[in-house]
Design a protein around this ligand. Structure first.
Ligand code: PBG
Length: 322
């Protein structure tokens, strides 16, 4: 035998030398959940070791993340029920939780890149990502609101807005609104290929944002489709997105591979709440080695071609890499 593949696997030194992909703190985007109040740090029941934080705790967390080398956060807010309505009016409040969270982060850590979630669901009395009319989630009216929300986030100091709503035409509208409001340097990370997924369950617990009726299948994508993701990615690229996201992560690695072929923009992947919860739950039962399962799932995202990984494991990985 001339060819013996195992020569390059025989010890850890040679394995390291020929390793094709690496995880680095530079890869990660850290999702953070923000709530009102003071001194609040409450664990999310379906996301062990993950917390909703009030602004003071958020500031402490962000400093810690920065010291670990993490450079970007993705902010979600939990809005009290009494502030929710069909149009998501609270999302347009310049003194609302999101603008305050952006400012709080920039106050203690001005270089931390702040990405903000742009969608109506945390603010919607229906728990949908858009305005509801006669049982339908209406597109164009929602897009107008999303554009306004994006400008509010930019004014508060966001570096990137991240529309996660899957309405049509929103990237172009958001880009135009940002240019018009004189925020040419605020970028857009578009959730371009966002699937209607069961793996968002724990996230909806975290924000109390589960849809009140129906599901999200009229706007989020059918998990059976890949060509449709290509259409979305090409259109968002043309409309002016700076970064393209695929979501969820592990079940959609093929979409990342496709995305890499269809756009030259950086590709982000989102290892969503349900993926995190699965690993945590199996580890709690002693059925999986948590650290190994975490690292394997994340390196597979790099192997597929992801440039950026949004993950609830980001801090744990940064601690390990240190
Ligand atoms: C809402 C939004 C969701 C997630 C990110 N933004 C949930 C949804 O679409 O219902 C999911 C993230 C996760 O599960 O970690 N626009």
């Amino acid at each position: 035998m001339n060819i013996r593949h195992r020569r390059l696997r025989q010890n850890s030194a040679i394995r390291a030398l020929v390793q094709e992909n690496q995880l680095s703190v530079d890869d990660f985007l850290v999702p953070l959940f923000v709530v009102e109040g003071n001194g609040v740090r409450e664990e999310i029941s379906s996301m062990p070791n993950y917390y909703r934080m009030s602004l003071d705790e958020l500031q402490k967390e962000v400093i810690e993340l920065w010291e670990l080398g993490l450079k970007a956060v993705l902010i979600f807010v939990k809005v009290p029920d009494e502030l929710k309505d069909n149009e998501g009016k609270e999302a347009l409040n310049p003194k609302g939780l999101m603008p305050n969270a952006i400012k709080a982060i920039k106050e203690v850590c001005p270089e931390m890149l702040v990405f903000t979630d742009v969608a109506l669901d945390p603010y919607s009395s229906y728990g949908h990502d858009g305005v509801v009319k006669e049982g339908q989630i209406v597109n164009d009216e929602t897009v107008e609101i999303l554009s306004k929300i994006s400008v509010i986030h930019a004014k508060a100091g966001a570096d990137f807005v991240a529309p996660s709503d899957m309405m049509d035409g929103r990237i172009e509208a958001v880009r135009k609104a940002l240019e018009k409001a004189n925020f040419p340097n605020v970028g857009i990370m578009s959730y371009s290929a966002k699937y209607a997924s069961a793996f968002y369950g724990p996230f909806r617990d975290a924000l109390d944002s589960a849809p009140g009726f129906g599901d999200k299948k009229t706007y989020q994508m059918n998990p059976a489709n890949a060509n449709e993701a290509v259409k979305e990615i090409i259109d968002d690229t043309k409309e002016g997105a700076d970064i393209i996201m695929v979501k969820p992560g592990l079940p959609y690695l093929d979409i990342v591979v496709l995305a890499k072929q269809k756009t030259t923009l950086p590709i982000a992947i989102y290892q969503v709440s349900g993926e995190y919860a699965m690993i945590k739950a199996a580890a709690e039962k002693g059925w999986l080695n948590e650290k190994e399962a975490m690292l394997e799932s994340l390196i597979s995202m790099k192997r597929a071609g992801a440039d950026i990984i949004a993950s609830y494991f980001a801090k744990e990985v940064a601690l390990l890499l240190k």
